[in-house]
Design a protein around this ligand. Structure first.
Ligand SMILES: NC(=O)c1ccc[n+]([C@@H]2O[C@H](COP(=O)([O-])OP(=O)(O)OC[C@H]3O[C@@H](n4cnc5c(N)ncnc54)[C@H](OP(=O)(O)O)[C@@H]3O)[C@@H](O)[C@H]2O)c1
Length: 245
């Protein structure tokens, strides 16, 4: 097996802005990385090249997480390369504005199938592997503080993230004590200024810490959870205090 005893992390959405930074950071912690991408081939190749400087056996695969069959194929490819799964991070996500009265079935499916259904079936496939292993493993889901807010014009997205937060608790309870399951809910992160600005006007005025978050602050939270063996079923909001308003 390619990992020869090293710990292994499976991450969806490794071609994303935060997803790529997280994958690189976990490789830096001594893990072999297996990540998925869907449309951004160039970004995926660039990310894999960087990861392989520290973790040469790492792999990537194209996978549409809104299709259960594709998730199963990705896990088959994963198992052909790696013989253990220590950490799953579900970062793949679709995000766009949808006006409430004009949400179409296609919008709903694009957002909810990728974010909620994709996360569920990825967690299920990972848990099937993890529960057979003689050691504790971890799942970290990526959600959004909007799961706890009432944003206008983002119903399918915010509902999907809210659903993932609930799934996080369900998996934490049902897979304990073998798997620790937690979620990171970023607020407005500077890697993605349009995302930070669009859903709410004058956003920075509503952030008690008076600035957007840095991607490295999300990476730091991933590292914190990786080192924490007595935390499960929690959602960590990394939002500069935005939810205090
Ligand atoms: N960045 C922020 O400010 C912020 C704020 C709140 C929450 N979050 C959450 O943090 C996580 C990471 O964010 P990010 O900045 O990396 O997001 P991003 O840059 O938008 O990347 C999204 C990722 O999801 C993948 N993806 C989208 N649709 C997919 C599908 N159907 N099948 C498989 N993969 C798919 C994309 O792959 P391709 O590009 O290859 O298609 C990409 O890797 C996400 O869950 C996001 O919701 C981020």
């Amino acid at each position: 097996m390619a990992n020869s005893g090293k710990k292994v992390c499976f991450i969806t959405g490794g071609s994303g802005k935060l997803g790529a930074e997280i994958a690189l950071a976990v490789a830096g912690q001594g893990y072999s990385i297996f990540f998925t991408w869907q449309h951004s081939e160039e970004k995926a190749k660039e990310t894999l090249e960087k990861i392989r400087w520290v973790s040469p056996e790492s792999q990537m695969v194209r996978c549409d997480v809104s299709k259960v069959e594709k998730i199963e194929q990705a896990f088959e490819t994963f198992s052909s390369h790696f013989d253990r799964l220590d950490l799953l991070i579900t970062s793949a996500s679709n995000f766009y504005r949808t006006t409430l009265l004009e949400v179409t079935e296609t919008d709903w499916d694009n957002l909810v199938d990728t974010n909620l259904k994709g996360t569920f079936f990825t967690m299920q496939a990972a848990a099937r592997l993890m529960l057979k292993q003689p050691f504790m493993s971890q799942i970290i889901t990526m959600t959004d503080i909007s799961a706890n807010m009432v944003w206008r014009n983002y119903a399918p997205y915010t509902v999907s993230k809210s659903g993932i937060q609930h799934l996080t608790k369900i998996f934490a309870r049902e897979t304990a004590p073998k798997i620790l399951v937690n979620s990171i809910a970023p607020g407005a992160i500077s890697a993605y200024p349009t995302r930070a600005e669009e859903p709410e006007a004058n956003l920075i005025e509503k952030i008690p810490l008076e600035r957007f978050g840095d991607p490295m602050e999300i990476v730091g939270t991933v590292r914190f959870l990786m080192e924490s063996e007595y935390i499960t079923g929690q959602v960590i909001n990394v939002d500069g205090g935005r939810l205090l308003y």
